[in-house]
Design a protein around this ligand. Structure first.
Ligand SMILES: Cc1cc2nc3c(=O)[nH]c(=O)nc-3n(C[C@H](O)[C@H](O)[C@H](O)COP(=O)(O)OP(=O)(O)OC[C@H]3O[C@@H](n4cnc5c(N)ncnc54)[C@H](O)[C@@H]3O)c2cc1C
Length: 569
């Protein structure tokens, strides 16, 4: 197989039985959770709290992308905010998110999420996740260790704050550096203490259905003890690290070969209430990425893929194997961080034509998505002499060690080795970068008029609109193919679900009885666009919903009848 290719996800067609009694099941539980990352842990905990017995399986040891993450949960009107002196409400959060989430979910679901988010945070705290009461109010892509709150989206951008009172809603779990590890460790410990049975190194290979297409359970491959250490070692070679694209692809192929050759026991597990698919997205399945986002797949070596080797698309494939309908699989979070240092926000981002295409102070995921829409994914940030040296000074003066490592080292590397161009005039800069010179001059002139008291045509906050006039001029390379751009990706959409219950929907309509999806396996709150904290928050929201409804179904009430209120605290 050529370098850079992976096999398709190893998911087998379902085993179809006339009746559940037709086979001897190896184990039985009320709820079976496929994938023990953030959403899976929440589903398992919720189900067990509601009296259900739960078996959770993970292809590896559990944790998934959640354990690698920043541990930020988006929530509003919370006790943490109040104790930090931040005024906020579910209504303000709803007003803001209504502008951001698109129409992948209904307004009623968004309202339920907003109104329940403070309770979801309390629930997380009850399960051991902790938050500091310090709020960081400057713009940052991720706050230093001492902060528990920050503005994690576009809340302060003028066109949003005109509509919704801004508040810092990114709740960052306490800990050092990226705190997804601490966030997941708390949920894992709580779930295991509560009686959730975890089967690690047990990839689910197929679903088991009855004659009516209802999901009865799963069949998993439980890997022998002898190969688990090697399996875990390979897992560690694919993750959110720069310059490791080929290493990750080789490790993925090696893990698939090991699973194929190791054999192990096939175990059939009956789920009396339902199977919850919580097996993550598909960013480490290049084949699927090629199918849905060819430009991103082509440049995969340049990116940090924000996920774990478990993001292999198998949850989506399992859902499809039972007739589930995926939607919007092309939606990928393309993250281009430029602040800190905030001096970069004062430049103008242009495409090949020399035209601006976004307000540079937009949320970093919006900037990345907008670059991905430009011809060839190419873009440059234009600065003048003053602006360029302001950025360099900001990089060198930053005292916080974590921020320095996370943002300023990448910025300096890009400036020094990423293909930065310098020229005495804008026309010559255009010549060196392949931009249209006339349009570039017009773009910079328009920026300078806005800086002189006009209005920025893209709605950038006035404090970031500055003259670009002092020679020489600089162009920093923001293009997707630039490996020193450190662009980050993860997939956002998956299987369509009933928004009241989390049941997976069929292509032809109607729910698949006994099958639920959560987190990055379900179309959810961030299916059409992600803001920091929305994926973990959606994992809590959709995980708890699926866990509650599957447990209710096992207890004899119909899942569809479980009112949303019953799913909330
Ligand atoms: C560096 C980084 C920073 C991030 N920061 C944030 C943040 O601060 N806030 C935020 O909201 N989002 C953040 N994200 C995104 C977020 O982490 C993920 O989108 C989210 O964790 C996905 O959760 P999940 O439960 O759906 O999947 P995961 O947490 O990835 O869990 C899926 C699990 O399923 C398992 N699995 C896969 N296939 C199978 C199978 N066939 N059988 C059994 N098990 C299987 C996997 O091994 C894995 O453990 C970040 C991501 C990264 C990598």
């Amino acid at each position: 197989m050529p370098a850079g290719e992976t096999q398709l996800t190893v998911v087998e067609p379902p085993l179809r039985l006339a009746r559940a009694e037709d086979i001897a099941w190896d184990e039985t539980a009320d709820v079976v959770v496929v994938g023990f990352g953030g959403a899976g842990a929440c589903a398992a905990l919720e189900a067990v709290e509601r009296g259900g017995s739960v078996i959770a399986l993970d292809r590896f040891a559990g944790g998934g992308a959640t354990a690698y993450s920043g541990g930020v949960v988006y929530a509003g009107g919370t006790r943490v905010q109040a104790e930090a002196g931040v005024a906020d409400s579910a209504q303000a959060m709803f007003d803001y998110l209504s502008l951001e989430v698109g129409d992948a979910i209904t307004p009623a679901t968004l309202r339920r999420f907003c109104e329940g988010s403070a309770a979801d945070l309390e629930w997380l705290m009850r399960h051991g996740v902790t938050y500091s009461r310090d709020a960081m109010l400057d713009k940052t892509a991720y706050p230093p260790d001492r902060y528990g709150l920050y503005f994690s989206g576009n809340e302060k951008v003028p066109r949003y704050k005109q509509v919704a009172a801004p508040a810092p809603r990114g709740h960052r779990a306490t800990g050092r550096g990226f705190t997804g590890q601490a966030y997941f460790a708390a949920l894992r410990a709580s779930a295991l203490n509560a009686g959730v049975r975890l089967l690690p190194h047990a990839p689910v290979r197929r679903l088991i259905l009855d004659g009516d297409g209802e999901v009865l359970g799963v069949e998993a491959q439980v890997l022998p003890d002898a190969v688990r250490a090697r399996h875990a070692e390979l897992y560690g070679k694919a993750g959110p690290l720069p310059f490791t694209g080929d290493q990750a692809e080789a490790a993925i192929r090696a893990a698939q070969a090991l699973e194929r050759e190791a054999g192990g026991e096939r175990r059939r597990i009956r789920a009396l209430g339902g199977v919850v698919l919580a097996a993550g997205g598909y960013i480490f399945n290049l084949e699927m990425l090629r199918e849905h986002r060819p430009l991103l797949a082509e440049n995969f070596r340049a990116f940090l893929r924000l996920g774990s080797m478990g993001d292999d698309g198998s949850g989506i494939r399992l859902g499809q194997s039972a007739g589930g309908a995926p939607a919007m699989l092309e939606n990928v979070f393309v993250n281009k961080l430029i602040a800190p240092p905030e001096g970069l926000l004062k430049g103008v981002a242009v495409n090949d034509r020399g035209e601006r295409f976004i307000n540079e102070d937009a949320y970093c995921g919006f900037l990345g998505a907008a670059i991905a829409e430009q011809q060839g994914g190419r873009a440059w940030l234009i600065l003048d002499h003053k602006g360029f040296w302001r950025v360099v000074r900001q990089c060198l003066r930053l005292r916080d060690r974590d921020l320095f490592k996370m943002f300023l080292v990448p910025t300096l590397l890009n400036i020094l080795r990423g293909g930065t161009r310098r020229a005495g005039t804008l026309r010559r800069l255009a010549g060196k970068t392949g931009l249209d010179p006339d349009r570039l001059e017009r773009t910079v002139a328009a920026n300078n008029r806005a800086a002189a008291g006009g209005v920025d045509p893209f709605g950038k906050s006035p404090e970031h609109v500055r003259q670009i006039a002092a020679r020489p001029f600089y162009a920093l390379n923001l293009s997707l193919a630039n490996p020193l751009g450190f662009v980050q990706l993860f997939t956002l959409s998956a299987l369509r679900v009933d928004e009241e219950t989390g049941e997976v929907l069929r292509r032809e309509g109607g729910a698949i009885r006994g099958l639920y999806a959560a987190g990055r396996n379900a179309v959810g709150l961030c299916a059409q666009g992600y803001l920091s904290g929305m994926s973990l928050a959606d994992g809590v929201f959709s995980g708890r919903r699926a866990g509650a409804c599957a447990a209710a179904r096992a207890a004899g009430s119909t899942a569809a009848a479980a009112p949303p209120e019953a799913v909330r605290d």
